[in-house]
Design a binder for this molecule. Structure first.
Ligand SMILES: C[S@@+](CC[C@H](N)C(=O)[O-])C[C@H]1O[C@@H](n2cnc3c(N)ncnc32)[C@H](O)[C@@H]1O
Length: 340
């Protein structure tokens, strides 16, 4: 799944899963409670682990459900099969609805500001048409829960490809880019028949940590101050299927109740400590960048209170969401804690 997501580990999964595999035999159980795109969850599933994935936000949970639980294309009886379901999304009738009004080039945001250029008018209306269609199918009971997730997963992937942004949804570009002018498309995905028994949960790690009954936990917390709930507000709205108040110039949904402590320099160390205190597992693996909110010395000191720490390092190119961000490589670290 190739969309840009802050901290997406797709390019690091071979290394991460390789290091985990030196300690944890295939067939073991492992949790990825901050799963994002579920790239690590899927790589672990491919390596033979049974995976419990979770995230505080809703759209990563949709990705995880589809990538882990849909092991083959769902039947989509109501739509005539999986390929026909994609055709149905492609040919959905446009609707001048919430996305058109709040996020489209031809819109008229409720707060009276000028149109927000997240999408071309045509794509915004297409997204509204698909959203309405999915809501109708779900409320009439014509699709199963996993079919519902598969449709939303496709809508999120397709929306990402035509979004007029530079990396995150914090703001939109001043003019519609070439990719934003292309008509939205719904491309088939591969479903993977992994062996393990997987589970997908929703909610902050603080809620699940103490109940995780697994052989290991892999934590991949945010390491910058950028809150995912705000920076990916449009994906969250697609996944939640609601129409929240779109505030300010950027049209962000209310996100503060989903703010992560890991993004605040003053709270991040405490968030690590509180999460680790709740976990009751023999092995914890943590991905954390060298330039994260918690300084490497402080992090090592926190982790050492919970067990024997080993550090693995890999040079990695920074995610850049705009041209102003510093270029260059940083050291991505994988901490392994063999707990006391
Ligand atoms: C660095 S990203 C994970 C990237 C993921 N490994 C991937 O490859 O796509 C961090 C994720 O943690 C989630 N998150 C932030 N705070 C959280 C919390 N307290 N509990 C659970 N998830 C949280 C964010 O929503 C985000 O998806």
């Amino acid at each position: 799944m190739s969309f840009r997501y802050l901290g997406n580990k797709t390019r690091l999964t071979d290394w991460i899963v390789g290091e985990i595999g030196r300690v944890l035999p295939s067939g073991s159980t492992i949790a990825d409670p901050m799963c994002g795109t579920a790239s690590v969850s899927l790589a672990l599933a491919r390596a033979g682990y049974s995976v419990t994935a979770a995230d505080a936000l809703t759209f990563p949970v949709i990705h995880a459900r589809v990538r882990l639980l849909a092991k083959q294309p769902p039947a989509f009886k109501a739509l005539g099969g999986y390929d026909k379901a994609l055709d149905w999304m492609c040919s959905a009738a446009p609707v001048d609805g919430y996305f058109f009004k709040e996020f489209g080039e031809g819109g008229s945001p409720a707060n009276g500001r000028a149109p927000r250029l997240y999408f071309s008018a045509t794509n915004a209306a297409h997204i509204d048409g698909v959203r309405d269609g999915i809501r109708e199918l779900a409320s009439s009971g014509d699709i199963s829960e996993i079919e519902h997730s598969v449709l939303l997963h496709h809508l999120i992937l397709a929306t990402n490809k035509v979004a007029n942004i530079s990396g995150t949804y914090g703001y939109f570009l001043r003019e519609l880019s070439r990719s934003a002018l292309r008509p939205i498309t719904f491309d088939p995905i591969e479903f993977e028949q992994t062996q393990g028994h997987h589970t997908v949960l929703h909610g902050p790690v603080e809620k699940h940590a103490s109940a995780l009954s697994v052989d290991a936990v892999y934590l991949d917390p945010p390491y910058t101050k950028r809150q995912y709930a705000g920076n990916y507000h449009i994906l969250e709205t697609l996944a939640r299927e609601d129409e929240p108040l779109a505030a300010g110039d950027g049209g962000l949904r209310p996100w503060k109740e989903q703010a992560s402590d890991f993004c605040y320099r003053r709270n991040a160390g405490k968030a690590f400590r509180e999460t680790l205190e709740q976990l009751n597992v023999p092995h914890v693996f943590i991905s954390y960048s060298q330039d994260g909110q918690v300084h490497e010395d402080e992090l090592l000191s926190i982790l050492s209170d919970f067990g024997k720490v080993t550090i693995h390092e890999q040079p990695y190119t920074r995610f850049r969401s705009n041209n102003r961000t510093k270029e260059g490589t940083v050291l991505e670290r994988l901490y392994h804690i063999e707990t006391f």
